[in-house]
Design a protein around this ligand. Structure first.
Ligand SMILES: [Ca+2]
Length: 356
């Protein structure tokens, strides 16, 4: 086997196994580094170089052969420096496998090609968290993350029955990082109405009225804070976590099963909370698993608003986020359904708690 042929086989093996690249020979080989890309963090600038040759085997070109970069990052071949660069500021947590292919040029290794696959991991940004214990022995806890006040576009232009509008939330709040679990429900209510019984799964078959009873019991335990359901605006703002895209991680539906339990991957039942990737603010299962009751009556938007709390009266309360029975489009950040507040038969309907 010729030397260049041997080098190519070694590179192909490295690409398949994810092993570190082979050591360059005396005339230079096409090599990739680093073997593993450093992790990125949402909201923090990211820059990493992919060098694909040593000095004696200049790289002629380099491109993404398959996969997609996390939202907010871009790939560029720096022709003058003969190397690839991934840079930008990630906007959503997640994992993205990406295969980069390089070609070399010049007399020694002309036409040599190599590929390597990396997994780019983007972690959520560091955030303020708080735990609330639901029993005196401190065995059952609810976790909350601080959501800072801000302005966002609520709804999606042209895709919802209600026109998109600008909404400003003037007060910080704390939102539960997961849906309320059956263990949490049981600790305060002493019951478990759920169809799919599992303490780590979200409680379901709860009406909006039942949620108010849970919140009242929680408020009796809280000191210095008040719990409620989130308004639809608060829920959607937290779900988006700074993203204007269809889902918190972007517009690519092929990535949704990293973030959500939907009809395609749930096995037709609820799943334990917090097992999929969180959004950029550290909130889990905002897309999928169970629909989440919001505080508001469902109704038309009233144009741009500050701290909107929905219509003053109505017949149905808002559901957000889609469930384990949903298609991706029904799990979009902007999408909403509605239901009578005393309806408690939804095997895919639960909630999460807001505190301020
Ligand atoms: Ca959910």
């Amino acid at each position: 086997m010729s030397r260049s042929r041997r080098a190519f086989v070694l590179l192909a093996a490295a690409a398949l196994t994810g092993c570190p690249s082979p050591t360059p020979g005396p005339h230079g080989d096409l090599v990739f580094s680093p073997a593993q890309l450093p992790e990125a963090t949402v909201g923090k600038p990211y820059s990493t170089f992919i060098v694909a040759s040593n000095a004696e085997t200049p790289v002629g070109d380099m491109k993404i052969a398959s996969g997609a970069l996390p939202a907010g990052l871009t790939f560029a071949f720096r022709e003058e420096e003969r190397r690839g660069e991934i840079s930008g500021t990630p906007t959503a947590a997640g994992r993205s496998p990406v295969t980069i292919e390089a070609w070399c040029y010049g007399t020694q290794r002309s036409g040599q090609t190599g590929r390597q696959t990396w997994e780019i991991v983007v972690q959520p940004s560091a955030s303020e968290t708080e735990a609330v214990f639901l029993d005196d022995a401190k065995t059952v806890r609810m976790d909350f993350v601080k959501v800072k006040a801000g302005t966002f576009t609520m709804g999606t232009k042209g895709e919802e029955k209600r026109e998109a509008r600008q909404v400003t939330l003037t007060k910080d709040f704390w939102l539960q990082t997961t849906e309320v679990t059956q263990a949490q429900w049981g600790a305060l209510m002493g019951t478990n109405p759920s169809a799919n019984q599992d303490p780590n799964c979200p409680v379901e078959r709860v009406s909006w009225d039942d949620c108010q009873a849970f919140v009242a019991k929680l408020n009796a335990r809280l000191k210095g804070k008040t719990a409620s359901l989130p308004t639809e605006a608060e829920w959607e703002y937290a779900c988006r976590a700074g993203s204007a895209a269809k889902w918190s991680f972007g517009d690519d539906p092929s990535r949704i099963t990293d973030h959500a339990w939907l009809a395609s991957n749930s096995g037709k039942k609820t799943q334990p909370v917090g097992k999929k990737l969180p959004n950029a603010w550290g909130l889990y299962d905002m897309h999928g698993n169970v629909w989440e009751w919001c505080q508001d009556w469902y109704g038309p938007y009233r144009g741009d608003e500050t701290d909107p709390a929905g219509p003053e009266e109505g017949v149905a309360r808002v559901w957000k986020g889609g469930s384990f029975t949903s298609e991706p489009t029904h799990a979009r950040s902007a999408h909403a359904l509605w239901c009578a507040p005393d309806w408690a038969k939804g095997m895919d309907t639960g909630f999460r708690v807001l505190m301020r």
